[in-house]
Ligand binder design. Structure first.
Ligand code: SF4
Ligand code: SF4
Length: 362
């Protein structure tokens, strides 16, 4: 592993160490001097500096949850080919940063022998950024890793190839709190609760602080109520937006519901301001069943979007730009998705239900 320069370690016990300690020397040397970059082949990119230095990046699809054996394997490869430097992207990719072109092919060979794909750059499907799902989070309406594994198995060729009109960024969040970047991804999948939490009235008094449970609700839907002679709460179903915040502070208000929980699909978000301005994702499919272990309905819907985009978009057009050009009515016609009342967000009921912001107005 690279030596850390102790002289530049931050004198603080707050936050991570100074990232500059972990930059490869070639990046430090060429800071502010990079002229351009180009994709050499799927998953391999070169950055060229005005000093004539070249930095090669090999992007490898990884998972969000990894084993210590995996970390050992990739660290050994980084030691062998990259002077010990390695980085993780926000989309759970690994990036090996090389200063010798002749190391690219041997590195790819070893990575593939470990069973990991090289790709995810430019005209390809990126690795899916996702949240915690059933593995870890209490408010999830669906699993995260399981759906993402099923999707990436299915669309593997789009990750290792370069056949899409432009890059496609997918994101997955297992509830409306959206810890993943679903708000601005080309295709976003979101876990949806459709019923308020269940009130386990007999247990509220023993497990929960009632005032903080009431305060946790962003739309003022939790009210104090005496039930069977015990202090408890009730939930105003018309106001509840199924966010699960009350369950976070009160374990006696579970929100998971196998029959009503499901998934929605949004499309057309992007962070980049290249050519067109950044956009938020918009609703395409309001609800699909939560169907483990392979979530076939979700895979089919994503396939429909990807294939319509691949066939219809111009070279370089992101999903949002393609839809804006052809128009939303045509998007629904091509994909065959039903346009429903759930696609219309006119805030008409906002004043009455308080469902229009994170703030309770008393
Ligand atoms: S998106 Fe929701 S359920 Fe998923 S990890 Fe975040 S808070 Fe938990
Ligand atoms: S905190 Fe969220 S889930 Fe709980 S009652 Fe309020 S809106 Fe519904």
């Amino acid at each position: 592993m690279p030596d850390v320069d102790k002289g530049t370690v931050r004198i603080t016990d707050i936050g991570p160490p100074n990232y500059e300690n972990f930059l490869p020397p070639i990046i430090k040397k060429n800071y502010g001097k990079w002229l351009y970059h180009e994709i050499l082949k799927p998953g391999v990119m070169v950055h060229v500096s005005e000093t004539k230095d070249k930095l090669y990046t090999v992007r490898v699809g990884s998972t969000r949850i990894v084993s210590s054996d995996f970390v050992r394997d990739i660290s050994n490869l980084a030691d062998k080919y990259c002077n010990g430097y390695l980085r993780f992207t926000t989309r759970n990719n690994l990036e090996f940063l090389l200063d010798k072109e002749e190391n690219i092919e041997p590195l790819i060979k070893e990575v593939q022998a470990l069973g990991f794909p090289v790709g995810g750059m430019d005209h390809s499907l990126g690795n899916i950024v996702h949240t915690q799902g059933w593995l870890h989070c209490h408010t999830s309406a669906s699993d995260a890793s399981g759906v993402v594994k099923a999707l990436m198995d299915e669309f593997y060729d789009y990750f290792v190839g370069d056949k899409l009109p432009a890059k496609v960024r997918m994101a997955f969040a297992c509830c409306l709190n959206m810890c993943g970047s679903v708000g601005a991804s080309d295709i976003a999948i979101v876990g949806m609760h459709r019923r308020p939490p269940t009130v386990m009235a007999d247990r509220v008094k023993d497990l929960c602080e009632i005032p903080s449970t009431i305060a946790a609700c962003p739309v003022d839907a939790v009210r104090p109520k005496t039930i069977n002679g015990k202090p408890s709460v009730e939930i105003d179903e018309d106001r509840c937006v199924f966010c699960g915040n009350c369950y976070t502070v009160c374990p006696a208000l579970p929100i998971a519901d196998p029959l009503n929980d499901g998934l929605a699909i949004f499309v057309g978000g992007k962070v980049a301001n290249a050519r067109t301005k950044p956009t938020f994702s918009k609703l395409a499919v309001p609800w699909l069943p939560n169907n483990p272990p392979r979530w076939p309905e979700v895979i089919e819907a994503v396939r429909t979007i990807l294939e319509a985009y691949k066939d219809g978009a111009r070279r370089g057009e992101r999903v949002s730009e393609w839809i804006e050009r052809i128009g939303w009515p045509k998007f629904f016609k091509i994909t065959g998705f039903e346009f429903t009342k759930y696609h219309i967000d006119d805030f008409r009921l906002g004043e009455a239900t308080m469902n229009y912001s994170n703030y309770a107005r008393l």
